[in-house]
Design a protein around this ligand. Structure first.
Ligand SMILES: NC(=O)C1=CN([C@@H]2O[C@H](COP(=O)(O)OP(=O)(O)OC[C@H]3O[C@@H](n4cnc5c(N)ncnc54)[C@H](OP(=O)(O)O)[C@@H]3O)[C@@H](O)[C@H]2O)C=CC1
Ligand SMILES: Nc1nc(O)c(N)c(N[C@@H]2O[C@H](COP(=O)(O)O)[C@@H](O)[C@H]2O)n1
Length: 293
């Protein structure tokens, strides 16, 4: 098979995809969510032999140079959206576009393939208005990112925290700067056990995020990480089934204990049904269906 064709691995694991041989400008309709209230979710990342996805202090690691072009690039064209946590956006300054795919024989690269919509989980709006996602979008080398956020707790009322007014104002200013740079801010409600108190975490509830995305027309999402996002999605999958497919690339590398792992705190482990494993270059790529336990 030539490198310009999609790996058969993906047609086995995600199940669509003869049409990919003729790449179009639309994502494939094949990834249908079993739940009408959320998009189809593919969780995918690369790890070392000791299950680390980044180096010390979150330093980006190039774990899968070969498999990335063929599998990750193709997966990006197959999903409506590509989701990461804000730490990954800040640490890696990623592009999340389809530039890894082989150059087509006709048309221009960025018109030829469907680009996924970058989706950043970022309650505090820490994404930089000068990040590559925004500068790329401005020149047509990717879709403009949507930043999924949540308004900070109100600054008035009996339970308002000290400094709440400043926090609200700073959040509004960051929102304005991101919108000015071309981002769209999608708001979800944060949850709290006691609605009268400010929330104790800035993590956005995964099910609410997915519902908001579906409401905005996102039918399929490829979740790339980082570690905390992987933990959140896998934890949520233990009981409520929020991930449909898990695709993990394992690279022949040991990072050591200071690297960033995703296993800690994973109390609710999802059930996995093995679909296909393939060796790609030096990497091993595993595809699994996530099942409710
Ligand atoms: N090898 C691979 O395939 C990949 C590796 N990476 C690596 O992962 C590293 C970053 O991982 P990590 O530091 O864990 O950060 P993440 O990228 O997972 O981002 C976590 C942040 O996202 C925000 N967030 C909002 N909602 C949620 C939620 N429900 N669950 C979790 N986080 C949420 C929070 O920001 P706030 O605290 O501001 O509210 C949180 O701190 C990067 O260095 C990158 O290189 C990333 C992707 C893939
Ligand atoms: N599949 C894979 N292999 C690696 O070795 C990686 N480091 C990653 N990282 C993910 O890809 C993002 C970078 O994307 P761009 O190349 O900038 O488009 C990075 O932020 C991680 O999400 N993935």
């Amino acid at each position: 098979m030539s490198d310009s064709n999609p790996p058969t691995f993906l047609s086995t694991v995600l199940g669509t995809l003869e049409a990919l041989a003729e790449p179009g400008t639309e994502p494939l309709p094949g990834l249908v969510s079993p739940d009408p209230l959320r998009p189809y979710v593919t969780l995918t990342f690369a790890q070392s032999l000791d299950a680390k996805i980044a180096g010390t202090g979150g330093r980006q690691l190039i774990l899968t140079a070969y498999g990335r072009h063929r599998v990750e690039g193709r997966m990006r064209t197959m999903h409506d959206g590509i989701l990461i946590g804000v730490n990954t956006a800040v640490n890696d300054n990623p592009q999340l576009n389809v530039r890894h795919l082989p150059f087509p024989t006709q048309n221009t690269h960025f018109q030829h393939y469907h680009h996924p919509r970058p989706l950043i989980l970022d309650a505090q709006l820490r994404l930089s208005p000068t990040c590559k996602l925004l500068t790329n979008a401005a020149i047509g080398a990717g879709k403009a990112p949507w930043v999924i956020s949540s308004a900070p707790p109100p600054a008035d009322g009996f339970f308002a925290a000290e400094g709440a007014a400043e926090a609200v104002q700073e959040w509004e200013e960051r929102k304005a700067a991101l919108e000015e740079a071309g981002a769209r801010i999608v708001l979800v409600e944060r949850e709290t056990l006691h609605p009268e108190l400010p929330p104790t975490t800035t993590d956005l509830p995964v099910h609410a995020v997915l519902k908001a995305l579906k409401d905005e027309g996102i039918r399929s999402v490829m979740v790339e990480g980082g570690a905390r996002i992987i933990q959140s999605f896998l934890s949520a999958s233990g009981t409520s089934g929020l991930v449909d497919t898990l695709i993990v690339t394992v690279a022949p590398m040991i990072v050591g204990r200071d690297g960033v792992g995703y296993g800690e705190g994973l109390e609710k482990v999802p059930g996995l049904l093995h679909l296909k494993t393939e060796v790609m270059g030096k990497d091993v790529v595993m595809g699994m269906k996530v099942v409710k336990v």
